[in-house]
Design a protein around this ligand. Structure first.
Ligand code: ADP
Ligand code: MN
Length: 176
């Protein structure tokens, strides 16, 4: 029936507050399973899928429709790991698993500080993590049973998450 049942390999969305380890985790997971890592931030920048630069938030104003149009064909093929700090504008049917990475506030503070975030950019992201904004967004946008929250405080956590997700990928098979 639905087109999403045609893919032979799963699509995974890795989301979470900036700094929680999405790109690190997605890169390792893609490598371990020969999946395609789709970093939305890079895609938006490289293909100009935005409506200019937001001076206050210091990021591109992402054009969600252009991003979804750009990705439709590869998502239909399956075997993608999408990496983005937002999740409510992708078609629900694209994903077989939605991973929400979570990091302890003080650990995240240090990571973002190291990345050069200061002032409201830093505090907004810490607040985003405290209030579990991405977990709520994921639960509102996808079936509860495909949303998985994973702790990402330490390098051991990354190794453990990549190992268990790799196991999940290997066991996954199309349901029709
Ligand atoms: P995101 O893509 O979510 O913004 P990154 O993967 O770019 O996060 O990670 C941000 C920084 O934090 C990187 O320097 C990375 O090495 C580090 N980092 C991410 N996750 C962890 C973790 N679980 N343990 C230790 N360091 C981490
Ligand atoms: Mn990233």
């Amino acid at each position: 029936m639905a087109k999403d049942r045609e893919r032979k390999r799963p699509n995974i969305l890795v989301t979470g507050t900036p700094g929680t380890g999405k790109t690190t985790t997605a890169t390792a997971l893609a490598e371990a399973n020969q999946l395609r890592h789709v970093g939305i931030g890079d895609l938006v920048r490289d293909k100009g899928l935005h409506d200019g630069w937001d001076d206050e938030l210091e990021c591109h104003v992402i054009n969600e429709d252009l991003v979804c149009d750009e990705l439709e064909d590869v998502m239909e093929q399956g075997g993608n790991i999408v990496d983005y700090h937002g999740c409510d504008f992708f078609p629900e049917r694209w994903f077989d698993l939605v991973v929400v990475l979570q990091t302890d506030n003080s650990v995240l503070y240090d990571r973002l500080n190291k990345r050069g975030y200061t002032g409201s950019k830093l505090s907004n992201n810490i607040e985003c993590e405290i209030f579990q904004v991405l977990l709520e967004e994921a639960k509102e946008s996808y079936p509860q049973d495909i949303v998985l929250a994973l702790k990402s405080d330490t390098v051991d956590d990354i190794d453990r998450n990549v190992a268990s997700l790799t196991e999940w990928v290997r066991q996954w098979h199309p349901t029709s």
